[in-house]
Ligand binder design. Structure first.
Ligand SMILES: Cc1cc2nc3c(=O)[nH]c(=O)nc-3n(C[C@H](O)[C@H](O)[C@H](O)COP(=O)(O)OP(=O)(O)OC[C@H]3O[C@@H](n4cnc5c(N)ncnc54)[C@H](O)[C@@H]3O)c2cc1C
Length: 478
C-alpha cells in the first residue's frame, strides 16, 4: 500500500506519531499499533523505509563483509588442496558492480517488506519530512514542497543520524571525499582508497577494501584503531591489519585534498608527500538529524553538546509527551538498541500493567566489529574495570592462539585469535569479555546471555567445552 495522501492525512489525530522510519521508529510504531491497537502514524522523509541500517549501514555493509570473507576463504583454498599451489593468492576476478547490483536489489526487497509490515500492523505511513509545530502537532513536508499537519497525543523522535564530513573551510578539498553513505554508491572497485577514521565503521570499510584487493590507507588521528574498545582488541587488530598490508598512517590529520587527472592527492601533517588515491572516504563520526526538526517550536527541549536530544532512562525527553529513541538519543548507536528501546517504550506507553515500568538496560550490550578477523565485545574494557573496581579486585584471563581452520596454512597466512575475560570480586563475576578471531561475531551472542545473567568464572568453567572449536577456549581459561 502506498503512503497515505495529504487529503487522507490532514488533521488526523494519532495516539502516537513516530518521526523516522528507521530501526527504532519502525519497531516502536509497529509494537504500539500491531500489538496494542493504538492509532499510530509514522513519517519517513526519504523514499525508502528502513533507515540507516537497511539502506546504508548494517545490512549492505554485512553483504560486503561476506564478500570479503569469500575472498579470504578463496585464499585458503590452495592450502586445502584445491587448485594450483602456486596460485596461492590468485583468486578469481571480483566483479564489484555485479555484486553491487545484487546487493541493491536485496535492499530494495527489504524496503518493500518494511512497507508491508507497516500495513500489516495498521501503521499509517506518511512519506515526508516531519517537523514539530508544537509538542502535539507535526508538519509533514514532501519533496515537492506540499505539506500538511497532523496531531498526536504522544510523539516519538527516531530520526537517527548521518555521517559527519569536514567542511572545505576546515580542510580544503574535503568535499572531494565521500562518506559511508557514498561507499554504497561506488559502482566499480577503486584501485586505491584512503579511509579517514579509527572507529568501527572506518575499520570495517577499510577491511572490506583491503580484503578485496584495493590498496588501502587508513588515516588515524592517534596511534591505535578502535580507541573506545579494549586495548587488546586495538593491538591485535591494528597489528594484523598492518601485517596484511593495510597502510595505517598514525598520528595523522588530513590537511588538504587536491583533485588531479589521476585521482585525489591527500595531504597530511605526518608526511611531506601526499597519498594519491581514487577514493577518499571520511568515517570520522556521525551527528544527529535534528537540524530540520522544528525544535525551535519546542523551546525548552534539552540537547547535549553533540546536538543529540537528551533522553532519560525511559526514553522521555524533558518535554512531556515527546520521547527519543535510537541514534538521536546518542547512547549506544546500534540497531538492536534502537529497536529494543522503541519496543519497550511502546510496551510502557500502551502495553499491559506488567510493562508499566518497561525500559531498556544499556548495561552489557554486546557489540561486534565486522573486521577481518571479527571482534566481539561486551561489558567493561580493562581500563574501565580497573578504574571502577581497582586492579586488585580484578582477575584477567587472556589467551592467544591460531584457530584450527588455519592449521593447514602457512604461519604467515594465519589470522590471530585473542580472548580476554575480565572477572571481578571474590566470586569472579564476569564484567567484561573481549574476543577477536574467526567466528567471534557469531560466538558473542550466547556468552552475552550468560554475562547478562551475571555469570561468574565458575559458571564459565562448569560448561563442558565443545571440541574442536575456538569458543571452547573461553570455558577452559586458566
Ligand atoms: C556504515 C554503518 C554500518 C553500521 N553497522 C551496524 C552494525 O553492523 N550493527 C548495528 O547494530 N548497527 C550498525 N550501524 C548503526 C545502525 O545503523 C544505527 O544504530 C541504526 O540504524 C539507528 O537506528 P535509528 O532508528 O535510530 O535511526 P536510523 O536507522 O538512521 O533511521 C532514522 C530515519 O529517520 C529519517 N528521518 C530523519 N529526519 C527525519 C524527519 N525530519 N522526518 C522524517 N524522517 C526523518 C531518516 O531518513 C531515517 O530513515 C551502522 C551504521 C553505519 C552508518
Amino acid at each position: 500500500m502506498p503512503p497515505i495522501t495529504k487529503d487522507e492525512a490532514e488533521g488526523t489525530e494519532y495516539d502516537l506519531f513516530v518521526i523516522g522510519g528507521g530501526s527504532g521508529g519502525l519497531a516502536c510504531a509497529r509494537r504500539a499499533s500491531g500489538s496494542y491497537g493504538a492509532k499510530v502514524g509514522l513519517a519517513e522523509g526519504s523514499p525508502q523505509l528502513g533507515g540507516t541500517c537497511v539502506n546504508v549501514g548494517c545490512v549492505p555493509k554485512k553483504v560486503m563483509w561476506y564478500t570479503a570473507d569469500v575472498a579470504d576463504n578463496l585464499r585458503k583454498a590452495p592450502y586445502y588442496g584445491f587448485g594450483d599451489e602456486a596460485a596461492e593468492v590468485a583468486i578469481p576476478k571480483f566483479k564489484w558492480n555485479y555484486l553491487k547490483k545484487k546487493r541493491d536489489a536485496y535492499i530494495k526487497r527489504l524496503n518493500g517488506i518494511y512497507e508491508k509490515n507497516l500495513v500489516n500492523d495498521k501503521v499509517a505511513y506518511h512519506q515526508g519530512w516531519a517537523s514539530f509545530v508544537s509538542k502535539n502537532e507535526v508538519k509533514i513536508t514532501k519533496d515537492d514542497g506540499t505539506s500538511y499537519n497532523v496531531k498526536a497525543k504522544k510523539i516519538v523522535v527516531a530520526v537517527g543520524g548521518r555521517p559527519t564530513i569536514p567542511s572545505d573551510d576546515d580542510i580544503p578539498g574535503a568535499s572531494y571525499g565521500i562518506n559511508s553513505d557514498g561507499f554504497f554508491e561506488i559502482e566499480e572497485q577503486p584501485k586505491r582508497v584512503a579511509v579517514v577514521g579509527a572507529g568501527y565503521i572506518a575499520v570495517e570499510l577499510a577491511g572490506v577494501f583491503h580484503t578485496l584487493g584495493t590498496e588501502t590507507h587508513l588515516m588515524i588521528r592517534h596511534d591505535k584503531v578502535l580507541r573506545t574498545f579494549d586495548p587488546m582488541l586495538q593491538d591485535v587488530l591494528g597489528d594484523y591489519m598492518e601485517k596484511t598490508g593495510v597502510n595505517i598512517h598514525k598520528n595523522t590529520n588530513v590537511k588538504k585534498v587536491e583533485k588531479t587527472e589521476t585521482g585525489l592527492k591527500v595531504y597530511t601533517d605526518s608526511s611531506d608527500e601526499p597519498v594519491e588515491v581514487d577514493v577518499l572516504l571520511w568515517a570520522i563520526g556521525r551527528h544527529a538529524n535534528t537540524e530540520k526538526l522544528g525544535l525551535e517550536n519546542l523551546p525548552n527541549i534539552e540537547l547535549d553538546k553533540q546536538g543529540d536530544i537528551v533522553a532519560d532512562e525511559y526514553q522521555n525527553s524533558n518535554v512531556e509527551g515527546v520521547y527519543v529513541i535510537g541514534d538521536v538519543a546518542g547512547k549506544v548507536l546500534l540497531t538492536p538498541v534502537a529497536i529494543a528501546a522503541g519496543r519497550r517504550l511502546s510496551n510502557r506507553l500502551f502495553g499491559p500493567e506488567k510493562f508499566k515500568d518497561d525500559k531498556l538496560s544499556y548495561e552489557n550490550v554486546p557489540s561486534v566489529v565486522f573486521s577481518h578477523p571479527t571482534i566481539g565485545s561486551i561489558g567493561m574494557t580493562q581500563p574501565e574495570a580497573e578504574e571502577k573496581f581497582g586492579k586488585d579486585d580484578l582477575k584477567i584471563y587472556n589467551t592467544s592462539f591460531k584457530a584450527m581452520s588455519f592449521a593447514m596454512l602457512e604461519e604467515k597466512d594465519k589470522q590471530p585469535t585473542s580472548y580476554k575475560l575480565i572477572c571481578q570480586g571474590e566470586n569472579q563475576k564476569v564484567v567484561g569479555l573481549h574476543i577477536i578471531g574467526e567466528g567471534s561475531d557469531e560466538m558473542l551472542q550466547g556468552f552475552g546471555v550468560a554475562i547478562k545473567m551475571g555469570a561468574t568464572k565458575d559458571d564459565f568453567d562448569s560448561c563442558v567445552a565443545i571440541h574442536p572449536t575456538s569458543a571452547e577456549e573461553l570455558v577452559t581459561l586458566r
